[in-house]
Write a new protein. Structure first.
Length: 370
């Protein structure tokens, strides 16, 4: 399958995919035909290595594609963002059989969900899900929530505690098939925005998992989780840039067509000030993302750069969507306006791959030399 141009990719997400946004908002599901079309335009294979049927794009070359998707419906950017990230732990830590799944992920025939977040505890070392040895295999108990695309995932990367020390090597990852007996997928969770992304609870009580389903070595679960965390923060920051750009575009278009006292509101100095602030914010965020991507592609340490980009872009997308809503006035508060959905979708970034408070800690430790 030939690699699409950025323009072709943008047309798909801003035209064809956008047409389905209403039904997705109503049903909270992505139509099967649209998922198939997303695969046909190469959405899932952008960064996947050529050996697995992907295009093997560098992070820098990938950014324009992801930004284009992020300007459309939130579920579309999640398809691109997640699939182009979650193959990485399988490639780095997986067995030959586990790595073989990447080819199916690139084509859209296999869906893998990453499962870290728990309602009962935090993330990182504070895992309440546990795995205990049972002969040559494992018995795993606990629950996860807000697991993206769990509604249709074939496999789940489950990070759980394999001892109670809460140390760096206390976590282990497993690649658990959906048909594992006793694994419950409860897709009744509903979110403020990002409709169609299939968030769900996972519940499991003493489910039996063979050791061959372990992903990586015993005690390597935190490394598995962190293996694509920095990349994911860059990717998410780029999504924020894309969504903020869409909010700006909507504000500009509305300001030009909305007429009061015989003139478009775009002629008002107050509105022009809002537009200028939004433009500056979006471009500043784009610059931070590109720098983090450059460091990543160069093989340099980019943890602080990724956290810096995410910290800024989290606040940036909040400011831009706020200002866009203000430019739209009361109309923006109705579901007839695209900014209503954009505003809701933007708030999902507050919680993906670490809050602003977590990014602040990472950045501060870097600045202070910790």
């Amino acid at each position: 399958m030939s690699q699409p141009t950025v323009e072709e990719f943008a047309r798909f997400f801003l035209e064809e995919y956008e047409l389905a946004s209403g039904p997705i908002e109503e049903s909270d599901e992505i139509p099967g035909e649209l998922l198939k079309r997303a695969a046909e335009v190469g959405s899932y294979r952008l960064t996947v290595p050529a050996e697995f049927g992907g295009y093997g794009l560098s992070v820098s070359d990938y950014l324009p594609y992801l930004e284009a998707a992020a300007r459309g419906h939130g579920s579309g950017r999640m398809l691109v963002h997640l699939t182009n990230g979650v193959w990485r732990p399988l490639s780095m830590f997986g067995s030959a059989d586990q790595r073989d799944l990447i080819t199916g992920m690139a084509s859209g025939d296999v869906v893998v969900a990453f499962c870290l977040t728990e309602k009962a505890g935090g993330t990182g070392r504070d895992m309440h899900s546990v795995a205990r040895r049972d002969g040559t295999g494992w018995r795993i108990s606990g629950e996860k929530h807000l697991i993206t695309f769990a509604d249709r995932a074939d496999h789940f990367i489950l990070v759980v505690a394999t001892d109670d020390r809460r140390a760096r090597d206390s976590l282990t990852a497993f690649l658990v098939p959906r048909d594992t007996e006793g694994l419950e997928v409860d897709a009744t969770q509903r979110t403020m925005g990002l409709h169609g992304t299939g968030h769900a609870w996972l519940r499991y009580q003493d489910i039996e998992v063979a050791d061959e389903h372990r992903l990586g070595a015993l005690g390597q679960g935190l490394e598995v989780a962190l293996s694509f965390l920095d990349y994911s923060r860059v990717s998410l920051s780029n999504c924020m840039v894309g969504l903020a750009q869409r909010a700006l575009d909507e504000a500009v278009a509305f300001a030009k067509r909305r007429v009061t006292f015989g003139e478009p509101i775009a002629s008002r100095q107050a509105v022009q000030g809002h537009i200028a602030e939004m433009h500056a914010d979006v471009n500043a965020g784009r610059g931070l993302v590109r720098e983090a991507a450059r460091l990543c592609d160069a093989g340099e340490d980019y943890t602080a750069a990724a956290a810096t980009a995410k910290l800024f872009c989290l606040n940036m997308v909040g400011r831009v969507t706020d200002l866009s809503l203000r430019v739209h006035g009361g109309f923006g508060y109705t579901t007839d306006a695209a900014i209503e959905r954009i505003y809701r979708d933007a708030r999902g970034f507050w919680f993906e791959e670490g809050t602003a408070e977590i990014q602040s800690l990472v950045v501060a430790r870097h600045v202070l030399g910790g």
